[in-house]
Design a protein around this ligand. Sequence first.
Ligand code: NAD
Ligand code: 89Y
Length: 344
Amino acid sequence: MTMVRGGLIGCGFFAHNHLHAWQEIGDGAITALCDRDEERLRDAGQKFGISNLYTDAAEMMARESLDFVDIATTVATHRPLVELAAGAGLPVICQKPFAESLSDARAMVDACARAGVPLMVHENFRWQAPIRAVRAVLDSGRIGTVFWARVSFRSAYDVFSGQPYLATSQRFILEDLGIHILDIARFLFGDVSRLSAVINRVNPKIRGEDVATVLMLHESGVNSICDCSYATALAEELFPQTLLEIDGSRGSIRLNANYELIVHSNGVTERQTVAPVLHHWACRPWHNIQESVYAIQKHWVDCLASGTVPETSGDDNLKTMTLVAAAYQSAAGNLAPVDVATLT
Ligand code: NAD
Ligand code: 89Y
């Protein structure tokens, strides 16, 4: 496969995972880095052996010969940077949450469409190996027609020390983490027509909500509950595992703690472990997320080579972002039912 050359913008906490994964992918490589913070820029350049360093993204795009840009900044800068990349005619990957508002997100998708450049949102949780394993069981039809599901993420892991902005943002868990959980629900059970949600803030030291519960009716007829919490101290801390309960007409699936997958189908029970691979650069407990970073970036390189649309294209991600917006709207109305189509 031909090597594609990328420029990465934002060399902070999470970008190091992108950079490790790009190095391992091999046929996609980062040849230039950009960060407004010179120290972070220099550190990342040294660590990954990249010497084309910029503090200005426009300058990097103008001077370098790039096949794509990978935006790993926080949400406030996503719109200007995506529009800059579209203006430069460069295919673009953008981290989640894609945008601060649905209207910004639509404008960004439109800008890329007008420029004719591929756009993928780095919505990686659906690429986690355990989630893919569950999807394969669903696709096999072994549990029949799904009618009910729960997608659950409950933890008290300290995410604030690595990502301090999460403690000060007005919106927290739905926008930061719930977006992945809602995307997993869409990935497994299809698009959503109606939802109701409730949110709380338990941790008095943070600004936004750290607990959210969303009840959804999918177009497929599935009823699902997505629940997430960063205020739940469990006997065993499971960060960053997403647990699943799925009931179908001929059986059930459970994705339990520590990646135990139980499939009960037609009276027969099978148990297996679907743990993520520990990449040589990864560290527990983040390895589940880190493996999915590798998987989504590999998918991007494959899509660029084949000219296919990435699974989590901008268009696709608008639907996940709509669920986040609908959940906040419902929560503001104390569990008010929201017809998702009214937001699209
Ligand atoms: P961070 O604050 O540690 O790093 C962001 C970096 O971007 C900073 O170094 C900042 O100087 C730089 N930056 C901001 N605007 C810039 C601009 N216009 N030009 C150049 N550099 C600029 O943030 P982080 O924790 O690494 O998070 C980055 C993104 O990754 C967030 O959107 C976050 O939600 C996301 N994230 C995703 C996952 C996942 O699993 N997908 C996990 C963690 C974080
Ligand atoms: O930012 C979040 C994400 O995308 O995955 C986990 C996280 O790092 C903290 O909630």
